[in-house]
Structures are given as C-alpha cells and as structure tokens.
Design a protein around this ligand. Structure first.
Ligand code: NAI
Length: 343
C-alpha cells in the first residue's frame, strides 16, 4: 500500500512514521496541500491522506480516481471539505471519528478560562513589570449558564468539565441524548433558549447546510449582552463579519476562536514575516477580548498517536479487503449526496 500524505508537518511525519513501524506501508510526505495541481502527484498511490484544509473537490477527486487512488483517508473528524457526490461509487472516504475528544474539550475550557480571567493580557503585562489589575476583572463561572450547541463526543466531556466548575449547562442537539442529559445533569432546550439564557455559548456541531452561519447578526441579537462565544468546531459556523459587529457594539463580551471561516490560507503556516492580507482576520486580531488559536484544539500527543493508528488501520482494512470501520456513510438523492447525521 502506498500512501500520498498531503499538508505534512514535522509533527505529522513523526507520529505517522513511528506508528507505521508496525504497519510497514510506504508513505510519501508532501508538504503541499492537496489541490488540483498537487493531485497530479498521486499516480501510483493507493491512498491519499489529507487534513482539514486540503481541497477534496470534484476536480481533485476526478484526478485521484483517474490516477487509481482507492481511498481518501481524512486524518481528522470533520469532513466538510469533501465533495461526496464526486466520490459516490468511485472512491471511498474514511475519517478518524474520535482521536481525543479530551484534547478539544480541554482546549475549549482553556479558551473560556483565559478569556474570562484575561490571562493573555496578564501575561503580557507582568512581562513588562506592570502588576496592576485594572482591566483584568473576570466573573465566577460558578452558577453561570453555558449553552452548548451539539452534544457529541467533545462537548459531552466539556459538559463534565463545566459541571466541575458548578456551571449550569443547557444544550441543543437535533438528536438529544436524553439518558446522558440526566446522568450529567444538563438540560436540552430549543436553540432560541440557548441564545437568550447563556452567559457562554460554545459550538460543537458539525458544519453542514443547517449549521453554516448558525451564529449571525440575527442570532447574536437574541443573546445576552456580554456573552462569551467559543468556537472550536468549524469556522463557518460563525459569520465573522457579524461577530466583529457584535464585538464592536459590545453585545459580545468576548470570543475564543480555534477555527476561522477563511483559515485555509493561514492556519498551520507562519506569516509572522509577511503582510496579513485578510482584513477580516486582521480586524479580529485587534480585539483584546478575542483569543484566536490556529486550529490547535486537537493538538495533543495522545491525539496525534490515535490519528496515526486509526488512519493506518483503515489502510490495513483496505489492503485486506475488509469492511472499512471508519468509512463515512452518506446518502445520495436527487443528484445530491450528503453525509448521514453523525450522532
Ligand atoms: P460528534 O459527531 O460526536 O458530535 C456532533 C454532534 O452535533 C452530534 O451530537 C450531532 O447530533 C450534533 N448535531 C448535528 N447537527 C446539528 C445541528 N444542526 N445543531 C446542533 N447539533 C447538531 O462530533 P465531535 O467529535 O464532538 O466533534 C464536533 C465538531 O468539532 C466536529 O464536527 C468538528 O468540526 C470539530 N472538531 C474540531 C477540532 C479542532 O481541533 N478544533 C478537532 C475535532 C473536531
């Protein structure tokens, strides 16, 4: 089995090379992202391994299929960057449904804590021997209300963490897990109630037609003044311009963003010596009540190891002609293909 590994970073190469010692596949690492140009490099490979910001559109898939690639292995959980219609009956797609929900849940909590207690500002201040407290005032999480959108693997862990802080948790999910809500002591409510009652809103649903721009001018208007918004899901869950307006008019008190709707050109890359051409991202970076991390919520040793294990296991299943345990299921109707709801 030959694997063409795109958007390879040093940490990917380290973890995959180590885990691959027990699989013995041939992995060729390409630093470039997968796109219509780099897809031409896949001739002779059985599998392409891609990440969140690689392009897996119709044109790319046509090239992969023509080159004899049999499997697209996403080394991530989300799959909004794949055109399933072009894959249908031509090429299989697997993902890593769970690599470490703890990593993302813990990072989410980290963003909440840092924003609330202004750790990012305190760090800079004390570095310059400024030991004043003005502007660093936070609030007790105890007894506040967190509204969680999407109650999957990640947010169920986050809910447990929040409960440890004595936070009252309300949640929305079209597929509620009622037994778990009793066990973990949180309440399912309609989305409207999430907007109206939450001091903190955290996004953990997949990006799809229903959830794109779920946070927009209209929904922001329904929120409490000073609300904290956290997004470790996908960038397009938030209309960034509306978020900026909400921050400017102080309706939004703070925002923690691990993802950004136009992140593909920037995240995971070093632009520190360049001019930032994305004016929206540049504006977001000017707010001292916004913390942006570059899609790093997943980034723990345990997660990288699990990603490599699960991905290479999928390749092994393909090699042995077995059912692919982590194949993404989707339904095609009236010329459209959409993934089945992943609960
Ligand atoms: P999951 O599949 O376990 O849970 C997603 C939940 O969202 C499910 O309970 C589903 O029923 C619910 N959902 C579906 N449609 C919804 C809607 N319209 N409104 C509200 N909820 C809806 O997913 P998991 O593993 O918890 O991950 C959640 C998201 O986090 C992923 O889709 C991915 O985009 C993102 N993610 C981000 C990472 C990062 O490093 N920042 C790493 C891993 C995942």
């Amino acid at each position: 089995m030959k694997i063409a590994f795109f958007d390879a970073k040093s940490y990917d190469m380290e973890s995959f090379t180590e885990v691959n010692e027990s699989f013995g596949f041939k992995i060729k690492y390409f630093e470039t992202k997968l796109n219509t140009d780099s897809a031409l490099l896949t001739k002779g490979f059985d599998v392409v391994c891609v990440f969140v910001n690689d392009f897996v559109n119709e044109e790319v898939i046509n090239i992969l299929v023509n080159n004899g690639v049999k499997l697209i292995a996403l080394r991530c959980a989300g799959f909004n960057n794949v055109d399933f219609k072009s894959c249908h009956n031509r090429i299989k797609v697997v993902r890593v449904p769970q690599y470490s929900p703890y990593s993302v849940a813990e990072h989410t909590m980290g963003l909440m804590m840092a924003l609330n207690r202004k750790i990012h500002k305190a760090y800079q201040r004390t570095k310059e021997a400024n030991f004043t407290l003005n502007g660093l005032l936070g609030f007790d999480f105890y007894n506040k209300t967190a509204g969680i959108i999407g109650t999957g693997k990640i947010s169920l862990i986050l809910i447990k963490i929040l409960k440890g802080f004595g936070v009252n948790v309300i949640a929305y999910d079209p597929f509620p897990k009622n037994e778990l809500s009793i066990e973990l002591n949180f309440t399912y409510v309609p989305l409207e109630e999430i907007y109206m009652k939450s001091d903190i809103i955290s996004l953990h649903c997949p990006l799809n037609h229903e959830t794109e721009y779920i946070i927009n001018e209209n929904t922001i208007n329904k929120m409490r003044k000073g609300v904290m918004i956290i997004n470790t899901g996908r960038g397009k869950l938030i209309n960034t311009q509306d978020l900026i307006n909400g921050l400017k008019n102080k309706k939004i008190g703070s925002a923690g963003l691990d993802v950004y709707e136009e992140e593909a050109d920037y995240f995971f890359e070093d632009y520190s010596g360049e001019v930032l051409n994305d004016d929206t991202l540049a504006r977001l970076l000017t707010f001292n009540n916004v913390i942006i991390t570059s899609h790093q919520a997943f980034f723990t040793k345990e997660a990288l190891n699990n990603i490599a294990e699960t991905t290479l296991l999928s390749v092994k299943e393909l090699k042995e002609g077995l059912k692919l345990s982590n194949e993404i299921a989707y339904i095609c109707e009236n010329g459209e293909c959409s993934p089945k709801d992943v609960k």
